[in-house]
Design a protein around this ligand. Sequence first.
Ligand code: FAD
Length: 297
Amino acid sequence: MRIDRLLEEKQTLSFEVFPPKPEMDVDLAGIRRTLSNLKAANPDFVSVTYGAGGNNRPRAIDIADMAISLGMTPLSHLTAVGYAKEEVSAVIGALTDTGVENILALRGDKPLDSDERDCWRGFRRASELAGFVRYSGDFCIGGAAYPEGHQESVSPEEDIEFMMEKVRMGVSFFITQLFFDNAAFAEFAGRCLASGLRTPVIAGIMPVLRAGQIRRIIEISGCGVPDALDALLDRYADDDDSMRDAGMDYAAGQISDLWKNGVAGIHIYTMNKSAEVLEILRRSDIGRGAVPDDHKG
Ligand code: FAD
């Protein structure tokens, strides 16, 4: 099913999973269990990340295939960094053969130890990759968006210009970087509309499950931390169980509020943790919480 069609019909719920390291899940039985559990929430699609540099590439394609076999719609992430056009073409061919209809076109990040020439062999920008995907098959193409700005962005106005460029190159929906402040998302959505950008923007939600881990993610992504969340991170810095519980409440509150305010869709960065994600949905107010007990983990 094409995601752009789904978005015309309804607010979507979706999940991101990542290919586990081979030594953690040799035969992908663990990720199959995760996907089967997540299916209980009836997601509209599941996205599968793609490591920059692509050493998890075959596993990412296998997981997209697995999602299809489980009756789910996959969204395959595809990154540009480090690849020549022929290499990207080969992956697009493999995705086509697998039956993938949706691709999230991303630039990826330059690995610290690599030089510019090795990185940008095929494409310099996600928009260029989107244009390439558009002419490589009949795909629904998504792009990344940054409500609080990308690390390299110059201004909020320019960010929206670049989103429009992605749309001109074939992107028909966006998924945002994680954010914890719904007011920042609302401002961003308002800026998009004021600039005439009508493409659906799906909100990316990362549940806070451990204080230390989230502090690191905040540092890397540069996203704002509302006082209420900051207080929780301090209070439960050394109490993982309480942080997990409070973090699930926080994510459920964020999701309910966005949904009520008409967000195009909710995309949960699951970190492959199905039990917590299903519990968050049970606590949130979006009608996807009726999860049978035997699927809660
Ligand atoms: P771009 O859109 O190319 O933007 C990169 C930078 O260039 C931005 O600062 C932008 O403002 C600027 N820019 C864009 N166009 C122009 C232009 N014409 N002129 C000048 N500047 C311009 N990474 C992975 O490695 N694997 C994944 O699976 C993955 N999944 C992701 C999923 C989501 C939903 C998001 C939000 C990010 C994901 N990332 C992933 C991270 C992403 O690859 C990085 O954030 C990367 O730094 C930027 O990718 P992009 O696609 O937004 O790039």
